[in-house]
Design a protein around this ligand. Structure first.
Ligand code: GAR
Length: 205
């Protein structure tokens, strides 16, 4: 019997962070196994990728629930329970959770956000960092609570902003760090290790 924690990943799109978590979880020493990928978007590219790894996938399309966001989350919750999931990782899941799911999974939902939170919550974080004249940019893994992108920070990675950076180049370089940070932080979180609040990685430009 596996002693690994049973993880579900929620995605809406490409799923590159999902893939980084899946790859990390395949190592015997990693304390979690990815048992389920749920997407709210039937066309999410990450669904095919998850299936290639032999991971169960479920599409729970929010359009099927109209404006009833809680009904959508009740369905997600039922599937999570059916798979005996213990921790949920949001990985490019572009829906704001309601208090329903958050209260059902207290301190069990993690998210990765592409900024040095609490700076730049929400969308278009790379453009916001450039517009603000930042010299560094980064990503944050945090616990999801009721305030969007403001839950307790578990780890951060920082990269320099280079003179010719655009939103695209910045997003691409940052994504590489996201793929390193998320598995590292998840591993530490599941082991109950001391939480680092300092930067996890600082890449010199
Ligand atoms: C990632 O950059 C992730 O940090 C971001 O969406 C991208 C998903 O890419 N998440 C958010 O903006 C959440 N607010 P992926 O699907 O390839 O992992």
């Amino acid at each position: 019997m596996s002693l690994k924690e049973r993880i579900a990943i929620l995605i809406s799109g490409r799923g590159s962070n999902m893939e980084a978590l899946i790859k990390a979880s395949q190592k015997p020493s990693f304390p979690a196994s990815v048992e389920l990928v749920i997407s709210n978007n039937p066309d999410a590219l990450g669904l095919d990728r998850a299936r290639e790894y032999g991971i169960a996938t479920q599409v729970i399309d929010h359009h099927d629930f109209g404006k009833d966001r809680q009904a959508h989350e009740r369905q997600i919750d039922a599937v999570l329970q059916a798979y005996a999931i213990s921790t949920i990782c949001l990985a490019g899941y572009m829906r704001i959770l309601t208090s329903f799911l958050i209260n059902h999974w207290p301190n069990q939902i993690l998210n990765i956000h592409p900024s040095i939170l609490p700076l730049f919550p929400g969308l278009d974080t790379h453009a916001k960092a450039l517009d603000a004249g930042m010299k560094v940019h980064g990503c944050t893994v945090h616990i999801v609570n009721e305030i969007m992108d403001q839950g307790p920070i578990l780890g951060q990675a920082v990269i320099p902003i280079l003179p010719n950076d655009t939103s695209l180049t910045l997003a691409k370089r940052l994504l590489e760090q996201e793929h390193v940070l998320y598995p590292r932080v998840l591993k530490r979180f599941l082991r109950g290790d001391e939480i680092e609040t300092t930067a996890d990685a600082l890449i010199n430009g």
